[in-house]
Write a protein that binds this ligand. Sequence first.
Ligand code: AMP
Ligand code: ZN
Length: 120
Amino acid sequence: MSAKKKDVPNCIFCKIVSGDIKGEIVYKDADVIGFVDISPQAPKHILIIPRDHLVSIEDIAKKKPSVLESLMTAVPKIARKLKLSGGYRVVMNSGKDAGQLVPHLHLHLLGGRKFHWPPG
Ligand code: AMP
Ligand code: ZN
């Protein structure tokens, strides 16, 4: 097993980054990737994740503050690509009370419909 493979945690999103699990990738740069959510909650639902395994918002300041810039600067690029000119919603669930299911930091970019406030 190569060092690279050995270093991949047993994490579904790390496996999408490494290509071990197929994702419908719509965006890639040196730090983050964006791919279609498997259970979309809007006509356009993209997950933007760091290539590095960070668990949640709690890890950003501790491990890699620059990831925030990488995630957020990818948002308008992907929104333009998906033609979300009317707007979009960005959500980050952090921890169990927020309903975070996948313990690899990710940002949901949702668009293509109207959203309500307050969220559920
Ligand atoms: P969260 O509740 O914020 O942790 O959201 C995790 C998201 O990951 C959910 O919207 C899932 O539908 C999505 N998801 C889980 N597995 C995959 C996968 N293999 N490919 C794409 N999206 C996934
Ligand atoms: Zn991971």
